[in-house]
Write a protein that binds this ligand. Sequence first.
Ligand SMILES: [Fe+2]
Ligand SMILES: [Fe+2]
Length: 481
Amino acid sequence: MNIMNVDYSTKIPNNVNLSEDRQVLKALEGWHPGYMDWWSDMGPEGFQQSLVYLRTAYSVDPRGWAKFDYVKMPDYRWGILLAPQEENRVIPFGENFGKPAWQEVPGEHRATLRRLIVIQGDTEPASVEQQRHLGKTAPSLYDLRNLFQVNVEEGRHLWAMVYLLQKYFGRDGREEADELLRRRSGDADSPRMLGAFNEATPDWLSFFMFTYFTDRDGKMQLHSLAQSGFDPLSRTCRFMLTEEAHHMFVGETGISRVVQRTCEAMRAAGIGDPSDIAKVRGLGVVDLPTLQKKLNLHYSLSLDLFGSEVSTNAANAFNAGIKGRYHETQIKDDHRLQNDTYPVLKLVNGAIKRVDEPALTALNMRLRDDYTQDCVKGLLRWNKIISMAGYDFKLALPNVAFHRQIGEFRDIHATPDGVLIDDATWSKRKREWLPSTDDGDFIASLMTPVTEAGEFAPWISPPKVGIDNKPGDFEYVKIET
Ligand SMILES: [Fe+2]
Ligand SMILES: [Fe+2]
């Protein structure tokens, strides 16, 4: 079989020759009904009978792998898609640097690998759960379609991780696969594994911030796992990254369109000061200071996903050849890091300082720095829209010490500028920096659905181009209730 193309003749589309891998096929077929139950319980609320203009992967060729068509979400073909195997691939880092990549799980690293796969797997359904109510307030059919595209692909990413668990981890793997369907985002008794994936996504601004900032954490994690010496994990992650790019596109352009619309409305109304919140809100658009607060929240929650700045788990996973660095193969060093250091932001005598730590234990910090750099690109674009409109206002990433629950700064409070403050000041001022109930109520008041093809809610601009180059009035979702 051609590894590039996906076999749609089996119940579970795949390019891993499932029809000849009876045991795994059976395990996956056994898991399928539970997945469909989960999708109907926890997937998008409503719209399950609507025709949605979705892309489906038919190949893993990076030059063209998707085809677009109307699909009812429950009929989406969730499948197992791995990037083609690279011939003679070697482990690109760690103590096993240069040895052939593993095609089976090495016994001594089994527990670590399983843990990493389960954590990654857990985030995928979690975001679908977090976003399940958003369909009923979509600002356009275009946005509604993008939401559902993200949702079905996160569902597929769950399949991707479940395949690895079931194929390579025997009974433990099957149990973990079942657990992935059992946990629920925000549930008091059995929550999802990571903090940001238990937060609510109450409105579309949150959705855009989530896909920009939190999906980007996913991108960084997938990049590091795509370097893995465990070749099936590497190949799985490589293909997931091609899908992930669209999720971040949805976030970046979503926020761009909000900023665009706000600036246009302020100009049309002759508003000179973007911080005149009451006046701007009076126009029925999102004021930029509130946008900044949403950004502060989602960025800081996403930073927590990188774990502690200094971590022996991260060092062990790297040494073992399981989880590499962002763009590992392009880095010019010995890929072992035994004698290297990396500057880590730490709290030293009540001040935030850079301290050199062994590079191996500082890998989380390094990945987080790469993430921050990647985040900046969007801010530059958004700020350009603001300055082009003639406004002196800049969106900015808050300091890494701001609003943290994990790592070096979890026990202190800091302003978005990185000034350390005491508890009382934090309590008094945090609503200047994070969305308040009032802010939430205001945003909620804007969230009225628009379901007419080619129409957009008044708080967001239309996109510059359509999906699959469709014209502006294309009916991306044929709503059936
Ligand atoms: Fe994902
Ligand atoms: Fe994603």
